[in-house]
Design a binder for this molecule. Sequence first.
Ligand code: GDP
Ligand code: MG
Length: 355
Amino acid sequence: TNPVGGNEDEPEVQQTSEHSHPYGGPINLMKFDEHENVIIDEDSLERTFNHPLVKDRKIVAVSIIGAFRKGKSFLMDYALRYMYANYKSVAFPDNPLTSKTNWVGNLEEPLTGFTWRGGASRDTTGVVLWSDVFLDEQKDPKTKKIEKLAIILMDTQGLFDTKTSATDNSRIFALGTLISSVQIFNLNDVIQENQLEYLHMATDFAKFAMKQHKKYSKGSKNYKPFQTLIFLMRDWQNVVDFEYGNQGGAEYLAQVLNIDPKQPKTLQDVRKYIKESFDQRLCFLMPHPGFEVVNNNNYDGRFSALSEDFQTQLKDFLYSLLQPKNLKKKKILNNEVVGTEYLEYLKVYFEAFQS
Ligand code: GDP
Ligand code: MG
């Protein structure tokens, strides 16, 4: 096992939550310093993706993005719990996976992982990677060959707060889109027009960054540049018209992204652009987690305190996101990439970000 930060060869992790995690911690891959310079943790990048267990595996990259204090890290901590119950990992290769179906485990156990309590400080604003990488082997439905996957989870911090400029926000959003195969856009209540416009701007940024690099800009135009975008609606209220979960989400999103010739042209364009940029656009409607969660300052994240609806939908969401057959491999220029290729790609984009 790998006690956090215990070994010099292990990535340096920031461990700010009260309860530490036995197999990993958050790594600030990209952040701003006090002079607004961008700092990239290249050592951690190298260590993670050149690791013998990761370098030749196809990458699956799940990222979450959205305003601060809207439950992103909280959700990703439950995603981690799901992952440790269902997958082996670099730090825990002998995981016996005894609790696969009962992945929640102890209902009273405090939540650990990405830090989720309190506001993000300026020095952690940016992209945060979970230091441990999950491993899976599965048969490719087309080639019938066994394929080895490396699954990474990423969080973002400090976006859309008062300290981060609109440009920095959209650049971080763009970066998240470029480096993930599944981008979760975490939103509160309903999708607003300015959030779609924002998504448009950030996606445009991402496409622009892609075209800056010759090596990655060749190839056919017959595919969409990015894979899956999930609108994750938190504290969903309108259950009369759209029920919780995937189905209600699909109906809601169809309505939101519907192109109506009577709409102003700019609204139509935003919708077209989003459809042309992502292979798959999903939406999931999450209930309110319950008042214990939002009102009790000492709440430690335990499952038992969540509202029954939230418990049910949280399980559904994570199952549909993370069960082996739903994992989405990262594609660059329409090609699936392994750890070392992904590393090269990350370096290019992080560098572009610095300038
Ligand atoms: P982040 O800044 O988006 O990462 O938000 P956090 O995960 O740190 O959560 C901020 C606060 O929101 C915590 O006190 C959580 O208990 C609470 N929270 C978590 N999920 C939800 C949710 O779905 N709805 C609401 N209203 N609060 C939530
Ligand atoms: Mg957070």
